[in-house]
Structure formats: C-alpha cells, structure tokens
Design a protein around this ligand. Sequence first.
Ligand code: 13P
Length: 278
Amino acid sequence: MSLVTMKELLKRASDKNIAVGAFNVANMEMLIGAITAAEKLDTPIIIQVAESRLAFSPLYLIAPMMVEAARKASVPVAVNFDHGKTLENIGEALKYGFTSVMFDGSSFSMEENVRKTNECADLASKYGATVEGELGVLAGNEGDGDVAKSLYTKPDDAVSFAKEAHIDALAVAIGNAHGKYVKTPNLQFDILKEIHERVDLPLVLHGGTGISPEDFQKCIRLGVRKVNIATANFEACLEGAMNLAGTEGPKNYFTMNEAMVECVRENVEKHINIFNMR
Ligand code: 13P
C-alpha cells in the first residue's frame, strides 16, 4: 500500500478519534515485527529511528531498509526521523526518503527552538515531509524514566510555538518520560486538555512505554494523535532472544530471528489495539 507522509496518518487518526502508533526500530527483526503487526491488524503505522540511536543503527543501513519496508507494506506506513538534533542528519534522512522528521529543540529557549524548528521545516518542505516539533522537556533516554527531571509544556507557550513554528504536530511534556518509568506516571491531563483546546495541531505523546491503556485512552480523547513506543520494542526484541535461550529447541541465528520478530510483533499489536480503541 505504501510509504505515506505522517501528516496523512495524523489526519486519519484525527478523523477517527484514535492515535497512530510510532514504533522505534533498530534492526531488521524489529522492523519486520512492526510491519507484520500493522499488516495483520490492517492498520497504518509510523516506523522511526532516533538520532541518538544512529551509533547502533547507522542511517545509511537502517534508512534504506525502513523506507523499502514501508514501500512494500500492505498498509500505509510513514517513516519518521525521531528526535532530530542536527540539520545534517535530518537532511540525510530526508534524502533517504523519510516522510517525516521531528526536530527536538526542547532543550533550547523558545526563540531558539522556533528558529531551529523552522530551519528544519524549510528543509523538510523541499521533500514534502511532515514536521513534528517539541515543547517542554521530557525526562530520560530509553532506559531512564525519571519523570522528576521533566518540565511540563506551558499551554501559553504551546499557543505561541504553534503560531510561530511551521510544524504539523506538537510533542508535549505532561509528566511522560522516555524509558522505563521509575514509578507510575502521573500524567497532567489538565495541561493536555488546555493545550488541546487552544492549539489546533495533532498532539504527540512520547515516552509511551509503561503508560496504562486507560491513560492512553484519556490522552487520545484529549487530542493525542501519535504515540511513540521505543523501550518496549527494544525490550521485546531482547526478550525474544532471551526466551529462546531457555527453550530446548534448536538455537541458531534463524530461530533467534524468528523469536525476535515474533516478540516485537506481539508488542506492536498490543499497542495498536489500544490506540485503535474508541
Ligand atoms: P519510550 O522509550 O518510553 O517508549 O519512548 C519512546 C519515545 O518517545 C521515542 O521518541
């Protein structure tokens, strides 16, 4: 069915009042697992790789694989460059055919974030790609879900940012964090509600790993149209290999490949089913 822009999938999600899952992948097994899940459930997805992970999954290898997998998929798939930090890598991803880029300017001042996000948007517009911006600081990298370090997105700032930054989607910080939550996340739904009421953009929830189905549902009712899942996917891949080690059957690369694909598929399916619920 094909490679599509993220904008298209966000619109579909808004029309249906659901969210589209954005799944981080690091290798071929994770990629196949994610696409297989989407095809099985006949649901579009976003596949993405974060700039911070390029040391493990070099762009020149992972990017062609992701774009080709999306082209060949039987459901619409968008390919997103997650947490882009440099115009150089964002530009590379776009050249490989990514249909969406996120610029993570959350560590900059508002003015600097707007300026750099717009540089990224100018570049993305040459490729017809979708742009996601971020406002507010999310704690943690994958593996560190310390919410204490986060700074919530201020609704007033979100309104200004949405006006000045040329973005198609806005990632918000409402008590969500990357990685495993050290304690149950306490999402600030009042902040999300206010941003949703005042900002006419699809909202993005990062730090999806460990959020309960009920909280996902609440976020979706309050305008979240894209949910990012990374850590749970990496863990599913590892779990596939670890579980295989404990079984009696044959152990070789090929059985490991199948075990990893299967665990990632299950994880992605589980999340798609939650995000598709109305
Ligand atoms: P998790 O690792 O918590 O799932 O967060 C994913 C994410 O937001 C990637 O940008």
